[in-house]
Design a protein around this ligand. Structure first.
Ligand code: FAD
Ligand code: EPU
Length: 335
């Protein structure tokens, strides 16, 4: 375990922001984590794939990159399998592992960047599935008393792009593994319109989980910028959830405003649509801007500062608030 000093984090965040950390270490198990914490009494930043982080300044502390790897069967029946997966496993590689073994339920979450350990943080979701639907428990290292804690699915308090690890217990735990329950008999979920259309285009009428995964990969590759080519963190903002009256008021002026009813009677509005209507889509300022195909994605064309991107996000929030009376909330973690 080597502690590196004063290193650039540019290649460790998908926005490609060039900031420095005083110290940097990669850990492969809990003992190494404990050792680092005991020997270095300073602020820590836990890093997975760096795909949901915006660095606005250098980090004065120790960045701990999580490389804890394992995929172990903890329970198996004829219908289901439970897998305990190390937090440092790459998310999409784990998805592909499941598909190869015919473990269903996770295929709609194909190609989401990042590591398994971050997946419960904001309850990653796409194309009609959220990871909360698959998680049975989360194992985490308590950064206050160095004990190991197991959180049941309920204890994680999952919500839309939210969990206890992003709210009341923020910064208190290092997630070390996640246990998932998958189906051994495929129960394919193509209810999301875009998947159905893509499968049709691919000429597939009775899809396998591999087909669904490929359809999702095609859709995502067409819509979202590849961080290897253009720096970004996916959706910069969450889709806002508003009361019915506020949704109805917006629809009076814009009948085409996308909206999705929620179980509690409120409505989720599409932040990308709101931002586009305010004129931001494709807007470029020097070396950063709003993506031309997806207004919810802020991009770094190369060499942008995190603070510039943060300021742009503040202008977008202000403009959507003035136009629609809705206060957008950032999804990306700002450091
Ligand atoms: P990081 O960015 O490294 O970390 C994110 C946060 O979690 C940080 O605060 C970090 O400190 C904390 N953290 C990371 N690991 C741990 C750990 N082990 N224990 C405790 N805290 C930890 N998200 C979606 O939900 N749906 C999508 O469809 C989606 N599409 C995306 C598309 C693109 C092109 C990109 C770039 C991002 C997308 N995202 C999406 C966002 C991102 O992929 C997810 O949030 C992902 O889970 C982040 O994983 P990560 O390992 O990169 O986390
Ligand atoms: N839209 C516009 N203009 C835009 C972008 C979108 O009008 O510039 C409209 C679309 O036409 C559509 C609606 O907004 O009617 C929703 O768009 P889309 O289906 O692309 O999904 P999204 O709400 O923009 C969400 C997630 C994504 C996830 C996709 C697919 C959030 C914040 N984002 O995006 O997650 O992949 O759905 O399920 O919930 C992420 O979290 O980083 C992320 C990429």
């Amino acid at each position: 375990m080597e502690i590196k000093e004063h290193i650039s984090l540019k290649s460790y965040n998908t926005f490609g922001i060039d900031v420095f950390t005083s110290k940097f270490v990669e850990i492969t198990d809990i003992d190494e984590l404990k050792e680092i914490l005991i020997e270095n009494n300073q602020p820590i930043l836990i890093l997975g794939g760096g795909s949901n982080i915006l660095f606005t300044k250098d980090f004065d502390g120790i960045v701990i990159k999580n490389n804890i790897k394992e995929i172990n069967i903890v329970k198996e029946t004829n219908d289901e399998i439970q897998l305990k997966v190390g937090a440092g496993e790459v998310w999409h590689e784990f998805v592909l592992f499941c598909i190869e073994n015919n473990y269903a339920g996770i295929e709609n979450l194909s190609l989401i960047p990042g590591n398994v350990g971050a997946s419960p943080m904001q309850n990653i979701g796409a194309y009609g599935v959220e990871v909360k639907d698959l998680i049975t428990e989360v194992e985490a290292f308590d950064l206050k008393d160095y004990s190991i804690k197991i959180f049941s699915n309920e204890e994680c308090e999952f919500g839309y792009r939210s969990s206890i690890f992003k709210t009341s217990e923020k910064g208190n735990y290092f997630i070390t593994s996640v246990t998932f329950k998958l189906n051994k008999r495929a129960d394919i979920n193509t209810s999301y319109g875009a998947i159905e259309k893509e499968l049709e285009r691919m000429n597939i009428s009775s899809p396998s989980i591999k087909n669904v995964s490929n359809a999702v990969i095609n859709i995502r590759s067409n819509k979202l910028p590849d961080p290897k080519k253009i720096g970004n963190s996916g959706s910069f903002f969450k889709n806002p959830i508003v009361p019915k009256e506020q949704k109805d008021k917006i629809l009076e002026d814009y009948a085409d405003a996308p909206n999705y009813s929620q179980p509690d009677g409120s409505f989720k509005m599409a932040a990308g649509w709101l931002i586009e209507k305010c004129g931001w889509k494709g807007k470029r300022i020097d070396n950063y801007g709003v993506h031309e195909n997806q207004a919810l994605v802020i991009v770094n064309y190369g060499g942008a500062k995190g603070s510039d991107i943060f300021n742009l996000s503040a202008e977008i929030i202000k403009s959507v608030k003035e136009t629609f009376g809705i206060e957008l909330e950032r999804e990306v973690n700002i450091i």
